[in-house]
Write a protein that binds this ligand. Sequence first.
Ligand code: HDD
Length: 705
Amino acid sequence: MSPLRRSRRGAPDKQDQLDEFRVDPRGRLTTDHGIPVDDTDNSVKVGERGPTLMEDFHFREKVTHFDHERIPERVVHARGSGAYGHFRVHESLAEFTKAEFLCDPSLETPVFVRFSTVAGSRGSADTVRDVRGFATRFYTRQGNFDLVGNNIPVFFIQDGIKFPDFVHAVKPEPHNEIPQASSAHDTLWDFVQLQPETMHMMMWMMSDRALPRSFRMMQGFGVHTFRLVNDAGRSAFVKFHWKPRLGVHSLVWDEVQKIAGRDPDFNRRDLWETIEAGHFPEYELCLQIVPEADEHNFDFDLLDPTKIIPEEMVPARPVGRLVLDRNPDNFFAETEQVAFHLGNAVPGIDFTDDPLLQARLFSYLDTQLLRLGGPNFTQLPVNQPINEVRNHHRDGPHQMAVHQGRAAYHPNSLSGGCPALADGDAFVHYPEWVQGNKIRKRSESFADHYSQATLFWNSMTDWEKEHIVEAFRFELGNVTHWHVREGVVRNLNNVDHELAVRVAEGIGVEPPSRPVTTNHGRSSPALSQAGQPGSVVGRKVAVLTAEGVNVGDVRSVRDALIDDGAFCDVIGPHDGALPAAGGGVVEVDRALRNAASVVYDAVVIPGGRDSVEVLKECGDAVHFVAEAVKHGKPVGAMGEGIELLKAVPMLEGVRLAGDYEDEVVDRGVVTQTASGGATPSFLSALTEAIARHRHWDRAKERVPA
Ligand code: HDD
């Protein structure tokens, strides 16, 4: 029944399938009914200056279609960006699951991924403090499997019946629709102080995890404990993790606020540009597998979505690779209309009784019916499975399929009993044994809301703790109800006394005099972002120049970085060509007025006496460097470029190349005295500093940026 097209290569292939729907703009203009149009700029009137006629069907169709262009935005995760790619398992996981795409290493499974923020509207900024959605659709040969996860492994609430309350609390407040895409307001924190099950998630939310540098540099988590079921019907519990090849890296708070103004599309642009450039984002699928028999061997409940299984307890085993290698052709058709649903599961993957998961199994289908206007949204190209769809579902708005035959019911004899029931390869719900009274109650095993919040805090480095404390202070500093601030501090005292005191001191609340409980002292190193792998691939570097810049310095740095997969922009006082020192020109990629330090990962200042003299006198240029320094970014300077670094206050205490040393690397500041071309050691120190992402060991408080 579905309008599924078989791939031209024989095997089901999502891109081949999509080809059938792609519309090439080349060709002549027509109405929606195919009638040729030779003028789409003037409506039909009575005389040149007369009234428009109703009979102008092209005018009416054009405006009517426009009037109906919008659909309701997602109630959460409204702002998102998507990409296609493929997934391949390394080795068969048949021991655990019969899901074909996890058992056959020769199979390349097409995927569509949509990354998102949660609270903001469709047009809100990318870089806000928020959870990021990481929703993956696998177009398997057994049907669509949707893994609808986040970049944080736990959730705010334990039971899905609380989801509307939580979302109402975090969304802009109802009386004045303020603030947009921000959790720093009274209603969210009121909910938090009264609902201690949020505390673990709030620790993550206040950490740098909520400010990802890039969708390419964040983890993804299925959050819930799911089930894998093998061919013999044996089940094991599983948690799904995505680990990015480029490591997990974040922005800083001051920076994200500025980027939100300078480039609200920062994360979306990054995803788009790196895919266009061929630097395809990659993630490792890792599984934490727990045998059914071990279900009760933890000091938390596996069904509680506010808990992680620490990786030190159950290792996250790498099982397969996801590569995103194609941008969508049309944002609306694909990224906006994709309709994820947790209930899209394939044989071999099954659910558990996690009450949050159970609620989600209802909500996603329900929301798509409203958002996409009826039950036929599964026929939209991005939503179609690559295998054939056949059933007795009929009619409804925008039905695309032309169903043949007379029998739209089962059983039937008029269509030979077709479609026939699946035989052997069907999805059969795991026959879990359940028994109990009908009760509205939370299990006692869900009652500990603090131990893992403490575990998270204990696992942070000093700079991560500082960022968390600052985040709590900022958010609560925006809360106008004093009792709400006090309530949150009381909850934090259950997490860690020092944390509660530090936060209280910053927000004018009486710090708690003593701990409520003793910190258990346990930590999980896997939770920290320190020591993550890094790479220069897809990093953006600014080279700051003016007239008289040393062309050799510019070219050597630019060529080397581009060779390594970075993007490199020459920033100059204006667009066009700049005369370089000793003849020749340097082409400017962006004028200083159109550039902002915050959207770059690193700044390099080439030599050239005249150029550096100009930059030193230019407030915007000094600010550009100072801001990079304040945000812990790598900075490089060659020859006279070092003089510009000296104009930035923080550099007191950081060693620079000079009379005694030709090259120095100190806390991410890479300098060489020579000009006329970067040395190999300068370049390798610079790329290493960029791959390390940020240098938190610099004093930055005094930097006025
Ligand atoms: Fe949800 C969208 C992730 C709990 C109800 N959710 C949505 C998206 C992601 C998540 C990534 C965007 C999908 C896309 O890109 O289109 N949601 C989560 C995670 C949760 C979670 C990881 C907890 C572990 N969600 C959750 C609950 C409910 C919902 C408990 C309702 C009871 N979520 C929805 C929704 C959305 C949605 C209303 C809005 C748009 C959509 O589904 O398609 O149904």
